[in-house]
Every structure is written in structure tokens, then in C-alpha cells.
Design a protein around this ligand. Structure first.
Ligand code: SF4
Ligand code: SF4
Length: 193
């Protein structure tokens, strides 16, 4: 296996990153990580991640903001909570992963060619607009955002089968009173400012 080494100088680290993530993920316990690796060995997705959950917690602790926000790891987290329930220091690792996704989107640092961030953002837009998700339109919007025109062709067979069995519809789903929803979301976002 080829080993790539990357040198990061102390001045490049973000000293506020740990306190930001602790506050935003409601996980004050991050400091208590003893690097035991229970999280990584419990994680069904660890082998596909660029940094294991143990490494991510260590990097958050030490201010590796740039690398953490660009990482694939939070987007590959399946939210199974295995790491969180087994952590001897009771660190809310899954909640940290959710928080890192939000931070990566806000900073525009997420892996842009990865479908999961595009899917999450497009689903948020659809639900905020219509109050419901519409799977077919969600997938179309995701591929457009990724500028991937081959993906839909590969998925066409599955899509047609799902439409035939009534599991996928061309209809844009909508709740009756979208105006009420928009007022509610506006109030929540003003409250959060
Ligand atoms: S299980 Fe908890 S204490 Fe152990 S490495 Fe993971 S986060 Fe740290
Ligand atoms: S919640 Fe995420 S990081 Fe934790 S074990 Fe499950 S997939 Fe891995």
C-alpha cells in the first residue's frame, strides 16, 4: 500500500474548531476521547471512509477543520448510532457527524462530486418548498446538480420498474397549505439568527 504523508503546520489549524463543533453538536464530551478505537471498530462504514470515526474525533479535537470538512466520512455515516452507544466516553459521535455535514455545506467544503450532499440539499429544498419529497424529481435534480448525465441512463431501468409497480410517480407531491409551511420556516430561520 502506498503511504501518502501530508504535513500540516500548527498555524494552519483552527483553534476554535473544537469549541464550535462542541457547541453546535451539543457534544461537550469530545475532549474526553481516549482514542480507544471502539467507534471505528463498531462502524459498518469505516472501511469506505477516508478518515475513521476515531480519526475524525481526533482531528476535530486538534483543529483540522479544512480536512474534516472536505472529508467523505460524515457523508458516508449511516446514522446507525453503533459508535455512539458503545463509546466509553459517551461522546455523541453520530451527532458530531450530522453537525459536520451542516458545517461542510455552510462552508461549501463538502466533496462536490459526491451524490449524498447534493441529494441532501435538493431534498431540503423540495420539502421546504412543497412540504413533501418527490423521489423522481429529487433524483433528477440531484443528477442535474452533479452535472452527471450518464447516471440517469444507468438508473432508467430501475426507475421504469418502480413506475410500473406504482412506487415512483411523475407527480410533484405537495401539501395543501404550503403558505403556512413557508411562514413557519421563515419564523424558525429568523429565530435562529
Ligand atoms: S469510542 Fe469514543 S473514546 Fe473511543 S476513540 Fe471513539 S470517540 Fe474516542
Ligand atoms: S453512526 Fe455513523 S460513524 Fe457511527 S458507527 Fe454508524 S455509520 Fe459509523
Amino acid at each position: 500500500m502506498e503511504i501518502h504523508r501530508k504535513i500540516i503546520f500548527e498555524g494552519e489549524l483552527d483553534k476554535n474548531f473544537l469549541s464550535e463543533i462542541k457547541a453546535k453538536s451539543y457534544s461537550e464530551e469530545i475532549n474526553r476521547c481516549i482514542q480507544c478505537g471502539t467507534c471505528s471498530s463498531s462502524c459498518p462504514m469505516a472501511e469506505y471512509m477516508d478518515y475513521s470515526p476515531r480519526k475524525i474525533i481526533a482531528m476535530v479535537k486538534h483543529g483540522f477543520k479544512d480536512d474534516v470538512l472536505k472529508s467523505f466520512t460524515p457523508w458516508l455515516c449511516a446514522s446507525c448510532y453503533s459508535c455512539q452507544v458503545r463509546c466509553p466516553s459517551q461522546i455523541k459521535i453520530t451527532d458530531v457527524m450530522y453537525c459536520l455535514r451542516r458545517e461542510a455545506v455552510e462552508a461549501g467544503a463538502y466533496p462536490s462530486k459526491m451524490p449524498v450532499p447534493a441529494l441532501a440539499q435538493e431534498m431540503h429544498k423540495l420539502i421546504a418548498k412543497n412540504g413533501r419529497n418527490s423521489e423522481l424529481w429529487l433524483v433528477v435534480k440531484m443528477y442535474l446538480r452533479l452535472k452527471d448525465f450518464i447516471g440517469p441512463l444507468k438508473m432508467a431501468g430501475t426507475g421504469i420498474d418502480l413506475m410500473r409497480t406504482g412506487r415512483l410517480s411523475l407527480k410533484m407531491e405537495k401539501i395543501k397549505n404550503t403558505k403556512q409551511l413557508h411562514t413557519l420556516l421563515k419564523a424558525v430561520s429568523e429565530e435562529a439568527k
